[in-house]
Design a protein around this ligand. Structure first.
Ligand SMILES: Cc1cc2nc3c(=O)[nH]c(=O)nc-3n(C[C@H](O)[C@H](O)[C@H](O)COP(=O)(O)OP(=O)(O)OC[C@H]3O[C@@H](n4cnc5c(N)ncnc54)[C@H](O)[C@@H]3O)c2cc1C
Length: 411
């Protein structure tokens, strides 16, 4: 007999687990699937900005309560800028927690809310038109079960193996990220700022097209997440070996941060800014990384995973998601993501940062604009904000979205 649920959720990362919590709390019967057993690692910077914190507050979940950060410190080209989280957003605190712990915490909350956790890989959707009738779940031993649900939320991450079987396509001619992360002990693990180094040099001192980060994880863990990322497009792929450059970056920062050896070095790609198509059918929706809901300007996707989870669950009960879901995503993020994608594209030109970096981090223009960097990079501007920076950002968003109206955006 096939298993029958109101909602089946494929993938139990932050997006899937949050969808399971929302759906179970709304009274639906929920199957939460993952091919991995939790706790499991996920290559990530582990940073939670106010956007993510706000969603976690709405879920009533406390994360790493003994550690909070207050914004970004950007370094490079002979300058440094401190950019605090804005007071205008519902919360002005961030934190960080290794995904090994964070994701397991959310999955426990989902189970506590009533979701049934199932260990297995979702595959082979059986379709009637673009409606999923059933799909197979293959467990570790190779045994196959059939799953049926009224609605299916697909939260299977960057590669979206299940989403691909439904037609999800990733447009790599738009900007995407490649990144590596690791962990290291540091006496500065309790420092309340996320740090980013935008002048990244290889072992020969040559500036590389990317940025490094050091995200403290709090005194209890005594560690920092140290990593680096670069932006690419199919026609201008970032020609860097992220893992090797990470070792060099860590060596450059070792004295200042008192770093121990780097551990658990891992790399991954990031889809960004909604550059995927076919994200919904009659009874299914893609959320989180599967729908490329990652901010191109700072690489954060946990917050968008949590947000798209809440948005998708709020639509359950509706008739057909095929057009409704991409429309909903475009209304929420379209302009901000296209603007961020367009700005991020500049970073794929090797000449851009060496020219713009000194202006932004040292000159008078930078002194005026860069304190707002955390707000702009983190897309922490709400619909209600009416100040000059918010107005200018929104105006730029309208303009760029209009100019690039044919760019792939969940379509
Ligand atoms: C190096 C790096 C650094 C990053 N740093 C940050 C950061 O500091 N802050 C931030 O907000 N974001 C960061 N991101 C982005 C962030 O990691 C992702 O946006 C986030 O993990 C998306 O969550 P998700 O739930 O959509 O997907 P995932 O977390 O990838 O979860 C997907 C889950 O689906 C499961 N799965 C896949 N296929 C199937 C299947 N067929 N059947 C069943 N289960 C399946 C997987 O096992 C996995 O558990 C970073 C990404 C990278 C690569």
């Amino acid at each position: 007999m096939p298993q029958l649920f109101d909602v089946a959720i494929v993938g139990s990362g932050p997006a899937g687990a949050a969808a399971a919590i929302h759906a179970a709390r709304a009274g639906h019967s929920v199957a939460l699937l993952d091919s991995a057993e939790f706790p499991r690692d996920k290559t990530c910077g582990d940073g939670l900005t106010p956007r993510a914190m706000h969603q976690l507050d709405l879920l009533g979940i406390k994360v790493n309560p003994s550690y909070r950060n207050h914004g970004l410190k950007l370094h490079g080209y002979g300058g440094s800028v401190t950019a605090p989280w804005p007071d205008t957003y519902p919360t002005n605190e961030g934190t960080a927690l290794p995904r090994h712990e964070f994701d397991a915490l959310l999955v426990r909350e989902a189970v506590a809310a009533g979701a049934t956790l199932i260990h297995g890989t979702a595959t082979a959707p059986e379709l009637a038109g673009n409606r999923i009738v059933s799909f197979s779940v293959v467990d570790g031993s190779g045994a196959t079960d059939t799953m049926k649900a009224r609605w299916i939320i697909v939260a299977d991450g960057v590669r979206s193996t299940f989403g691909k079987q439904l037609g999800r396509t990733w447009h790599k001619d738009e900007v995407y990220g490649i990144a590596a992360r690791s962990y290291s002990s540091s006496p500065r693990a309790s420092e309340g700022w996320m740090h980013s180094h935008v002048e990244l040099k290889d072992a020969d001192g040559v500036v590389q097209p990317g940025y490094g980060w050091i995200f403290p994880l709090g005194a209890e863990l005594g560690q920092v997440n140290i990593g680096l990322g670069a932006l690419s497009t199919k026609s201008r792929p970032a020609k860097i070996n992220t893992k090797k450059l990470l070792e060099t970056y860590a060596a450059q920062q070792r004295a200042e941060w008192g770093l121990g050896p780097v551990e658990k070095v891992a790399s991954a790609a990031l889809p960004m800014g909604g550059a995927v198509s076919t994200v919904a059918g009659a009874n299914w929706m893609l959320i989180g990384d599967a729908a490329a809901c990652v901010n191109p300007l700072n690489g954060e996707g946990i917050d968008y995973g949590l947000e798209t989870a809440a948005m998708a669950v709020s639509l359950l009960g509706g008739k057909d998601f095929t057009l409704v879901w991409p429309d909903r995503l475009r209304a929420a993020y379209g302009e901000a993501f296209v603007l961020a994608r367009t700005a991020a594209r500049l970073l794929t030109y090797p000449q851009f940062l060496p020219v713009a970096g000194p202006v932004a981090l040292r000159g008078p223009v930078g002194r005026m604009l860069m304190p707002a960097a955390a707000r702009l990079m983190g897309n922490l501007i709400t619909d209600e904000d009416r100040d000059l920076i918010a107005r200018a950002w929104k105006l730029a968003g309208h303009g760029v979205a209009w100019a690039r109206r044919d760019t792939p955006l969940w379509s």
